[in-house]
Design a protein around this ligand. Sequence first.
Ligand SMILES: Cc1ncc(COP(=O)(O)O)c(C=O)c1O
Length: 457
Amino acid sequence: MLDELRGISINLRGLCGLVVNLFLFVTPDFDQAEEWEKRHVWHPFTQMREWTTPDHHPLFIVSGNGPWLRDAAGRRYLDGNSSIWTNIHGHNHARINGAITEQLSQIAHSSFLGLTHLPAARLAKELIDLLPDSGLIRVFYSDDGSTGIEVAIKMAVQYFRQTGLPTKTGFAAFNNAYHGDTLGASSLGGIANFHDRFAALQFPVTRVNGLEELDRVDGGTLAAVVIEPLIQGAAGMRTWPAGMLRQLRQWCDQQHVLLIFDEVMTGFGRTGSMFACQQEGVVPDFLVLAKGLTGGYLPLAATLTTEKIYDGFLGDFSESRAFFYGHSYTANPLGCAAALASLQVFREERVLEHVASVIPVLEEGLEQLRQLPWVRDVRQVGLIAGIEVGAANGDMFDRRERVGAKICSAAREFGLLTRPIEDVVVFMPPLCVSADEIRFGIETIGRAIEAACGSKR
Ligand SMILES: Cc1ncc(COP(=O)(O)O)c(C=O)c1O
């Protein structure tokens, strides 16, 4: 009897061991992962000496649902910057998940060089249909916002070279602009902290502060002007005066200069309309889309252009007029499938109507934040907001104090994730955000400002 009981107990122990082993196998060991992280991973825009200190424990995001993210400890956070301005319909959206899975069961990737596929053809048609009568009729795919800009740069230069104006190789761009980090895109950028350290490698750009300064520029050698329409993102959510785009279009037409709209951030409903340029009824020669193109699921970019530009590349093979540009993952089928599903969600869930209904909630919340003594300014376009903080006497904080970062750390403790741009706190939730979730986000930013600035006068 005793032996039998001992046998059962040994078996039970074995079973427990098995369960524990299984548990360890399926439950990732985040302490171990943190060690690998700190020893081997290098993060963008990050002082790694700080990142790797023993008392810094990086946040491991393990899942998402709608506008919410969950970390390894099971804590929930509102995704207050749409996972760096990419996510549109929320995380784990059944329609987009399904489309990617369906595409995956066919093929994940094949080359777009000399071959094609249905999702890319269909997506081009759907994108063009979003801009009826605009004259934008061609879609060139690449991988992300930066490469989408590179495409526009190179297309503009090669276009003039092949249409009898080879000296038009210059570009004009605005102060504080941000168009990406590849060398071409960063040449166009005008934010010292991002761009100046690579000045030796960047091509010269005619830099202007606003339209008035552009009026003094001779467009003779310019190929194109580039702008983030309605609002400059990385500059700290700075808005342009109304009517600016139309005037810019006129200037470009008079000067025979092409116009590039960088809608990498503003595209796909963020500003309240599908594209920012539609709010002023202005059509560019190049429209660059990325980030939200796939609903924020996968890297994919599209540079849209006109028949006129496209025609400049046609000719006999011997003339070598084809556009010389491409990447290995150009028009990745999974990305195209996600993008098609995202556009379907826009239609099925009447996303732009929802956005219109919650924009006033954000407006109201921002007005409340404006009352805080440390809020110097709030800027908003659609569901994009920047809250600029400073000393209660109106001065700016010393940037070395990193107050914006401290506010975001406090917000994280209260259940909101976002990143600052210096002392501007960004609030840009996924478009599926509810009125209550916006209120929660705003309230949390208010609490975080109080927590970080409360002792400052
Ligand atoms: C307006 C704008 N253009 C281009 C880019 C670069 O996009 P990506 O980071 O996908 O290369 C960004 C990124 O924030 C952006 O905001």
